[in-house]
Design a protein around this ligand. Structure first.
Ligand code: NAD
Ligand code: MG
Length: 384
């Protein structure tokens, strides 16, 4: 029996995780589930899974959660300390909170020496060096859920990257792959979140449309696999059948294939080092017929260039990239700025900020808050 804590249980990754965990009650026991503010859904999940602990991040909702779980023996709690407690409560912690909000809980899991199934790429982008260092100290194991990194992890088959020539991250190209720059500039939030292949949360869907998602994944890959920026390539592959590739020194290339369904990489991490059955649709190669590849367009997708620059600069540049992007995406989803403004806002913050990466998580979060404040100020000018 493996114990599982699910951080961000109400989200897209959280829901896919629950689908797998609930179908295999003989393998998994849920210790804790968490959500941002949706009490009704969190309480329903806690009841269904018989979790020991339900945590709501929004402290003002604690009494509401207590009432929703009255009559059960499920413990309830709220706020940051409780999220950290949930994160340290299981053998395997599924880190599926979106954004830097997930960083402190992920660090709590790492400090406790847990195995972490990491979906929350923003934590790694902001403070990857600290997370990796802490994992070395505590013996925590970081396992990638993000489909590209999970694909690479599978292709590496337990080997380190000594004999790896390069990693190739595949990108679907997002919903705007074939739009002109002028069409993209006018794109609405509804168009940006309508991903052709994957069904995901709103933030990552917009990141896919700008291709900032692939930029964040470049930085994520650098930390997870300890390879420099110039040995990680990005190729657009519109069918999302190959989830990424590893090229070895001898010229061999290994790829992992699967239908675009997050239950495949999540199931791989849940069962690791074993395997488990999932209900994901099987690939029918005859049906697929062909696989296409093309180079990403740096003109229409400036986020890729910004992410490469941030990774080359290192220190707090990736944190700045991520924090300003989170604020810009929220503003775009709220209708305050245009699609084309997102990358421009991020670039402005990258040009303005030049700081070392702090050595403690508290200082990282303070810097993150400072970048957010500055980005909001910059947004006021655009929105006016
Ligand atoms: P989502 O928006 O669907 O869900 C986010 C979850 O985090 C929810 O449970 C929400 O309650 C919780 N949350 C949000 N803000 C919070 C806060 N301030 N404090 C505590 N909890 C908070 O997002 P998602 O699509 O499931 O993505 C989650 C993470 O996984 C992201 O980092 C994303 O980049 C990554 N990821 C997602 C997919 C996907 O297919 N959805 C694929 C790869 C990676
Ligand atoms: Mg991905």
């Amino acid at each position: 029996m493996k114990t599982i804590a699910i951080l961000g249980a109400t989200g897209s990754i959280g829901t896919s995780t629950l689908d797998l965990v609930e179908a295999a009650p003989e393998r998994f026991e849920v210790t804790a589930v968490t959500a941002s503010s949706n009490v009704a859904e969190l309480a329903a999940i806690a009841r269904r899974t018989s979790a020991s602990l339900a945590v709501i991040a929004d402290e003002s909702r604690l009494e509401e959660l207590r009432a929703a779980l009255a009559g059960t023996d499920i413990k309830v709690a709220a706020g940051e300390g409780a999220l950290a407690q949930a994160a340290a409560s299981a053998d395997l912690v599924i880190a599926a909170i979106v954004g830097t909000a997930g960083l402190a809980p992920v660090m709590a899991a790492i400090r406790a020496g847990r195995t972490v199934g990491l979906a929350n790429k923003e934590a790694l982008v902001s403070a990857g060096a600290l997370m990796i260092e802490e994992a070395r100290r505590s013996g925590a194991v970081l396992l990638p859920i993000d489909s590209e990194h999970n694909a690479i992890f599978q292709c590496l088959a337990g080997q380190d990257c000594d004999q790896v020539a390069r990693l190739i991250l595949t990108a679907s190209g997002g919903p705007f792959r074939t739009l002109s720059a002028a069409e993209m500039a006018r794109a609405t939030p509804a168009q940006a979140v309508a991903h052709p292949n994957w069904s995901m949360g709103a933030k990552i869907s917009v990141d896919s449309a700008t291709m900032m998602n692939k930029g964040l994944e470049l930085i994520e890959a650098h930390h997870l696999f300890d390879l420099p920026e110039e040995r990680i390539d990005i190729v657009v592959h519109p069918q999302s059948v190959i989830h990424s590739l590893v090229e070895y020194a001898d010229g061999s290339m290994l790829a992992q294939l699967g239908s675009p369904d997050m239950r495949v990489p999540i199931g791989h991490i849940l069962a690791w080092p074993e395997r488990m059955a999932t209900k994901a649709r099987r690939l029918d190669l005859m049906d697929i017929g062909r696989l296409d590849f093309e180079a990403p367009d740096p003109e229409r997708f400036p986020a890729l260039r910004l992410a490469r620059e941030a990774l080359r600069r290192g220190e707090a540049a990736p944190l700045t990239l991520n924090a300003s992007n989170e604020v810009a995406v929220e503003a775009f989803l709220g209708g305050a700025i245009h699609f084309g403004d997102i990358a421009a806002v991020v670039e402005e913050q990258l040009n303005r900020m030049d700081q070392p990466l702090p050595t403690s998580i508290d200082d990282v979060l303070a810097l993150d808050a400072e970048v957010r404040r500055a980005t909001r100020e910059a947004l006021k000018v655009i929105a006016n």
